[in-house]
Design a binder for this molecule. Structure first.
Ligand code: GLP
Length: 243
């Protein structure tokens, strides 16, 4: 696992954007794994800026990590809507090549998503954020490292953390469909971005703690090409801070 500690959120985001833009320049038909969440909003702004500067995403294929179960794709807080607003509608990426898990509760949706990844993958570069409890995608603590795409119950901590994106009187769904940890680990390379003091505990457990299902992100220690990019606040509890 490679660790990059940046001076501030802006520099850390820039490092991740550069990785993604570089991957698209090197291979215009790259297969990207994409993540939602507040942290990724700036990353998508950076990719959009590169597109406005001439970068084409027309041949890129993308697979998102996860989607809430029970929110139709048009719902403002669905990850389908998030991706359209943050990236898809702002670039020339081909709508037919952007994949997200279906959150309609169909029991066949997870296997269908795995089949699509097998057909179009492997994923060349997987972007990840991290939950305050160490989750990746929506793989909550206790998730099997061999897990595949499936419907999962969200931890109360995750529902509380993500409630800020929902309107008053609305609460996040209780379940989601997420790529499994086994699915994520099959990506050729992985870049995880964590910003701010609120992620410091999770970052320390991921980078310096034991490889344990109690911290899903610690599975990245077993991946041959995983890079963790953090700002100083998120690195606060690390003893090694190689820059
Ligand atoms: C959600 C997503 C994760 C993301 C996490 C952190 O739970 N399913 O993929 O990493 O949020 O989000 P934020 O960047 O908003 O802290």
């Amino acid at each position: 696992m490679r660790l990059i500690v940046c001076a501030d959120p802006r520099e850390a985001t820039r490092a991740v954007v550069d990785r993604v833009v570089g991957a698209i320049r090197d291979r215009p038909d790259v297969v990207l794994g994409l993540a939602a969440g507040g942290t990724m909003e700036w990353v998508y702004d950076g990719i959009v800026a590169a597109h406005e500067g001439g970068l084409s995403l027309a041949r890129v294929t993308s697979f998102n990590l996860d989607e809430y179960v029970g929110l139709p794709p048009e719902h403002a807080q669905s990850y389908h809507s998030y991706m359209r607003a943050r990236l898809f509608d702002r670039t020339d990426i081909a709508p037919g090549r952007t994949y997200l898990p279906r959150g309609d509760g169909d029991p066949g949706a997870a296997a269908e998503y795995e089949a699509l990844i097998a057909q179009h993958g492997p994923i060349d570069l997987q972007l990840l954020g991290i939950g305050q409890n160490g989750h990746i995608g929506f793989n909550e603590p206790g998730s099997d490292f061999a897990s595949r795409t499936r419907e999962v119950a969200l931890a109360e901590a995750t529902r509380t953390a993500n409630a800020r994106y929902f309107g008053s009187g609305e609460t996040p769904p209780e379940t989601a469909v997420t790529m499994g940890i086994g699915t994520i680990l099959e990506a050729r390379s992985i870049v995880l971005l964590a910003l701010g003091d609120g992620k410091a505990d999770a970052v320390a457990a991921m980078v310096e703690g034991p490889v344990t299902e109690a911290c899903p992100a610690s599975a990245l220690q077993t991946h041959p090409d995983a890079t963790v990019v953090v700002d100083r606040d998120a690195a606060r509890l690390l003893s090694r801070t190689a820059i």
